[in-house]
Design a protein around this ligand. Structure first.
Ligand SMILES: Cc1cc2nc3c(=O)[nH]c(=O)nc-3n(C[C@H](O)[C@H](O)[C@H](O)COP(=O)(O)OP(=O)(O)OC[C@H]3O[C@@H](n4cnc5c(N)ncnc54)[C@H](O)[C@@H]3O)c2cc1C
Length: 580
């Protein structure tokens, strides 16, 4: 017998997207937020650099320029009305955060200060513009704290350390979710009129990543197993500057403040790849440029190996600026590298960072289940796990935090209206059967392979074969290897069968989610025969708008992936070659 809870609205995830949606939904509905972590430990809290909005506080700026940069940065795979909404609503969204108490850095005359970030330009590409609003290098942390305290004030019911395992869908309507309570190991059912997934990213499918351990793509995987397609999964962003060997992020804010990438000869090599924007070109371009330098023997060691590295030089910024604007980054360098960035350049390499793809939604966060944009009643998604799509083939820095607040809020507002006329969900015990069987199998006491080895192999395969540069042979090998790992996964057993905080069990469940998403990512990437944004193929080096200016929809069907496609909204700007 399960505990069955009844709410109007259930939000899964308490990062920026989940909390903003909860804030809105809770004004008109009984709202629960479920999170496998304590809310303020969500990955949003790790976001450093900033949140973009064309406030024009430091120099002239316009929402239209912001929307255009977003579309061009995404290599024209962005839905353009959505990008326009993102840029226009950004301005009010940032002021709302300020009014709710977010301590932004200030200009001398007391306005919100702004810094430069990759791909954000003035007047349709003339040069970098100051558009990122920031609170030192702790912007995400401040957003999370601000939203969490507002939710507490609004009496949102929080269920911390509750991990969602399944979603209940009947007759194209969402009825709730199935959840395990970590402290007791008990299964719970949360019945709801509306469910919103805001479970964040899945960088943990790669060996070197900036993402937290919890970023295992639970939301998209749960939805995919229940027949919801995943959109544009072949587009995964590698951030150019992770700490060499560890992947811990060195924010683009370092380059925004004037940091320079250099090769072994000390050359500012971005001059050759992006003469106009230099080190502030979009991330896909900078990450490829680093890789190209290393392959040409221009990495610091000069041995052309993939783990060679380049330098991010911030020594000329001076101790004062580093202390005031990049204090956490300075600390990271001291802790993990034993260097002070004021004295020595930072050894960096690209690190797996951000999922452009995810659960397909419309601009109200409603989940779409096919190429005809059929809505699943009562099911919503927002934040990194969703695909609106405002990031297309490559996201611009600072546009994710913005995506969370703009579309988290829109989804919350829509839910508040939707639940007024929706019927209360009726759910019985049997809804938890599949989740119960899954757990029983993993803990049945039989001997089986260790999940840890499978996880390592998956991460290496994805890093080496579905990374920055890709080709058919390697991606096919990746699909085969992930399918073999999925077979081995079915035999995995945990030896710890205790109920309370059984982290072994939870890790195995998360590994299952990552394997599902790895397969979808590799299969979607193999099918797309062009280079666009973060999807860069050695065997199809050009962008091919005629055949491939379309979103992919990947359906996970057992051990295979079926692909369908839908058009991109190009109603404002005609796709052009992307030159920076
Ligand atoms: C190091 C780093 C720095 C970044 N810096 C920036 C930046 O400066 N600017 C910018 O725009 N973007 C930045 N990004 C990207 C941005 O921070 C993320 O895309 C964004 O914060 C994701 O927010 P979210 O609300 O979607 O999910 P998250 O903040 O990741 O939260 C996910 C939530 O879902 C919950 N959850 C997950 N699975 C389950 C489950 N099964 N059951 C219950 N709960 C679950 C978790 O507990 C958590 O509360 C950065 C990312 C990283 C990793």
């Amino acid at each position: 017998m399960q505990v069955i809870h009844q709410f109007d609205t259930v939000i899964v995830g308490s990062g920026g997207a989940g909390l903003y949606a909860a804030l809105e939904a809770s004004q008109k509905s009984r709202t629960a937020v479920l999170s496998k972590l304590h809310p303020v430990r969500s990955h949003t809290g790790a976001a450093q650099g900033g949140i973009s909005a064309a406030l024009g506080n430091v120099e002239e700026d316009k929402a239209e320029w912001h929307a255009f940069d977003t579309v061009k940065g995404g290599d024209y795979l962005v839905d353009q009305q959505a990008a326009q909404t993102l840029a226009e609503e950004a301005i009010q969204a940032v002021y709302d955060l300020e009014n709710r108490g977010l301590p932004f850095n200030r200009t001398k005359d007391g306005r919100i200060d702004q810094r430069r970030f990759g791909g954000h330009t003035r007047n349709f590409g003339e040069g970098p513009v100051h558009r990122a609003c920031y609170a030192a290098d702790r912007t995400g942390h401040m957003i999370l704290q601000t939203l969490y305290q507002q939710c507490i004030k609004n009496k949102v019911s929080f269920f911390d350390e509750y991990q969602v395992l399944d979603v209940i869908l009947e007759d194209n309507t969402c009825k709730g979710v199935v959840v395990v309570e970590l402290a007791t190991g008990e299964l719970h059912i949360f019945a709801a009129k509306a469910v919103l997934f805001a479970t964040g990213g899945f960088g943990r499918m790669f060996k070197i990543t900036s993402n937290a351990y919890a970023n295992t793509g639970d939301g998209p995987a749960v939805c995919a197993r229940r027949g919801i397609p995943l959109e544009d999964m072949e587009f995964y962003q590698f951030h150019p500057t992770g700490i060499m060997g560890l992947g811990i992020l060195i924010s683009e804010a370092v380059r925004g403040e004037g940091g320079i990438l250099r090769n072994r000869k000390g050359e500012r090599f971005m001059e050759r790849y992006s003469p106009k924007l230099l080190d502030l070109a979009p991330r896909d371009i900078v990450a490829r440029s680093i890789q190209t330098e290393i392959r040409a023997g221009m990495g610091i060691r000069g041995d052309s190996k993939i783990d060679d590295y380049v330098h991010l030089d911030a020594t000329h910024l001076g101790k004062e600026t580093l202390k005031k604007k990049l204090p956490d980054i300075t600390d990271f360098c001291k802790t993990y590298l034993g260097i002070d960035p004021a004295d020595a350049p930072i050894p960096v390499l690209p690190t797996a960072h951000y999922a452009m793809g995810g659960i397909p939604t419309d601009m109200h966060g409603r989940v779409l289940k096919d190429a005809d944009n059929t809505i699943v009643s009562g099911l919503y998604a927002a934040g990194e796990c969703a695909c609106v799509s405002v990031h297309g083939a490559n996201r611009l820095g600072t546009n994710s935090l913005l995506d969370l607040v703009v579309f988290g809020r829109r989804a919350g507002q829509h839910i508040a209206e939707y639940i007024k006329s929706a019927k209360a969900a009726v759910v019985d015990d049997s809804a938890a059967n599949d989740a119960r069987e899954w757990i029983s199998r993993i803990t049945d006491g039989a001997a089986g392979p260790h999940g840890g080895h499978i996880s390592e192999e998956m991460q290496t395969t994805m890093m080496e074969k579905v990374g920055i540069y890709r080709n058919a042979q390697q991606m096919q090998a990746a699909v085969d290897e992930i399918q073999a790992l999925r077979k081995r996964y079915h035999a995995v057993r945990v030896q710890d069968t205790s109920k309370s905080f059984n982290t072994d069990l939870l890790e195995v469940i998360e590994l299952g989610n990552l394997l599902d998403l790895s397969l979808v990512t590799a299969a979607a990437a193999l099918q797309r025969q062009e280079s666009r944004g973060a999807h860069s193929r050695e065997d199809f080096t050009e962008r091919d708008d005629e055949k491939w200016l379309r979103h992919s929809l990947a359906y996970l069907e057992g051990d295979t992936v079926r692909l369908d496609y839908k058009p991109v909204d190009t109603s404002i700007w005609e796709p052009k070659p992307r030159i920076y």
